[in-house]
Ligand binder design. Structure first.
Ligand SMILES: *[C@@H]1O[C@H](CO)[C@@H](O)[C@H](O)[C@H]1NC(C)=O
Ligand SMILES: *[C@@H]1O[C@H](CO)[C@@H](O)[C@H](O)[C@H]1NC(C)=O
Ligand SMILES: *[C@@H]1O[C@H](CO)[C@@H](O)[C@H](O)[C@H]1NC(C)=O
Length: 403
């Protein structure tokens, strides 16, 4: 009476693990009914199912099924008793499909006790008739091992009297939170400081979460005490169930094993047009001429260098990123490196000489032109024969020849 009651409640409240842990276990025997065949259309005593039919055609039996399951050995308590309410009309072969009689197929049978061992299964089939009355037709029995190993086992049962056949598939599954082949190992995953931090493996053994140890998995592991998981000289800090790495500059990541690319950071690491090169844990700036410092932020005072840039007593003036030279009167150039006198001699000498040549050439040509003009003029005047003109001309000639 009480076992039946608890069995019923258990089927309904499968999720209530406290209750299940109190009853210590087990699970479901699942039986799937595949096919029943009555090859000869006869009942157990050898007579035809329908002796008054005109001709025996092989589909004259009307099977009705009763399924009983007992605790192993057959003498044990009754666990399941199902009587089909209807009838399979005129069917000597039945492929059950998703229903066994009126109930879903496979049929689950609760084994609500530890170490169930075996289940004894009885299937009685009768030929349902109004006249003649119901006749026993087939009887099947089997002892099914209850091993929760996820294996589906096929079985072909044969009735002793007429060798009718019943093919079934059976398997055994544990209730939720029960493990092991006998389904009597109880384990519920926990994740709190009172009950521990663990999951359950397929055998119901506790598997501590990372960072915990002990039978209840509630003792913290100090990861920093062992070889520290933190790399690149970061500092390991233990926490409950975990640890932290405090990264030095230039590194990031849970274990500080990732290099930070400083060159892609904003604002840029290298200022004033310096170029950035990433290095492991750091960066390097290539600075423009005249600048220095880690970020190219520092001016180089060229005037104070061991070799100052201004030559020939030029005075040096530093500026940000550069310098200038103020040269004495005799020197020129960015560094006063050019001598001023040297510049008058050779580069401008040539045009000067060229001017002299051009001027002399022009003058010479002009003189020759004047002489030719005078000669021509004199010849014209002498052919006219005017005295005054002659006087003038000769005087002019004299002057011209004198000069
Ligand atoms: C330090 O960090 C670099 C990544 O930037 C990584 O390649 C290296 O493995 C780390 N060092 C150690 C000891 O883990
Ligand atoms: C920076 O890199 C660019 C491109 O390669 C180059 O033109 C420039 O001269 C570099 N500047 C410095 C200061 O090296
Ligand atoms: C630079 O100045 C020094 C002293 O003032 C002088 O002796 C020297 O001749 C000068 N040099 C030049 C190249 O002018």
């Amino acid at each position: 009476m009480t076992s039946k009651l608890s069995f019923g409640i258990c089927s309904c409240l499968l999720g209530l693990t406290h209750f299940l842990s109190a009853v210590q276990g087990a699970g479901y025997l699942q039986i799937r009914f595949n096919r029943y065949t009555n090859h000869d259309g006869r009942v157990e005593d050898g007579s035809l199912c329908d002796p008054f039919g005109a001709t025996y055609v092989g589909d004259n039996c009307d099977p009705v099924f009763r399924l009983r399951v007992n605790k192993g050995g057959g003498g044990g308590g009754n666990l399941h008793d199902y009587q089909q309410p209807g009838v399979y009309d005129n069917q000597n072969t039945i492929d059950f499909g998703s229903k066994f009689g009126s109930v879903p197929n496979p049929v689950p049978i609760a084994m609500n006790f530890p170490n169930p061992g075996h289940a004894y299964v009885k299937v009685d089939v009768v030929d349902k008739d109004t006249f003649p009355p119901d006749d026993p037709m087939s009887k099947f029995t089997a002892s099914l091992p209850l091993i929760a190993d996820n294996v589906r086992r096929d079985m072909e049962l044969i009735s002793p009297a007429r060798h009718h056949r019943l093919s079934i598939t059976h398997w055994f599954t544990c209730y939720t939170n029960f493990y092991g082949q006998d389904c009597n190992t109880y384990c519920v995953a926990q994740n709190d400081d009172v009950n521990g931090h663990y999951t359950c493996d397929s055998n119901g053994r506790r598997v501590c979460m990372i960072g915990f140890t002990g039978t209840l998995c509630n003792e913290d592991i100090d990861e920093c005490l062992m070889s520290s998981p933190c790399s690149n000289e970061s500092t390991c800090v233990n926490t409950i169930g975990n640890f932290k790495c405090m990264c030095p500059p230039g590194f990031e990541g849970r274990l500080c094993d990732e290099d930070i690319n400083e060159c892609s950071e904003s604002p840029p690491k290298c200022r004033n047009g310096g170029n950035c090169t990433n290095t492991v844990g750091s960066f390097r700036c290539t600075c423009p001429t005249g600048l220095t410092g880690r970020h190219c932020e520092e001016d180089i005072d060229e005037c104070k260098l061991a070799a100052p840039p201004c030559r020939n007593n030029g005075s040096c003036q530093n500026s940000f990123g550069g310098f200038s030279c103020r040269c004495g009167p005799a020197f020129r150039g960015r560094r006063c490196e050019i001598r001023a006198e040297a510049s008058v001699g050779s580069p401008t000498g040539a045009p000067w000489k060229l001017a002299v040549i051009i001027v002399s050439a022009v003058l010479g040509t002009a003189i020759i032109a004047v002489i030719i003009a005078l000669v021509v003029y004199q010849r014209r005047n002498s052919s006219r024969g005017t005295a005054s003109n002659e006087d003038k001309e000769s005087r002019f000639d004299n002057e011209a020849y004198e000069s």
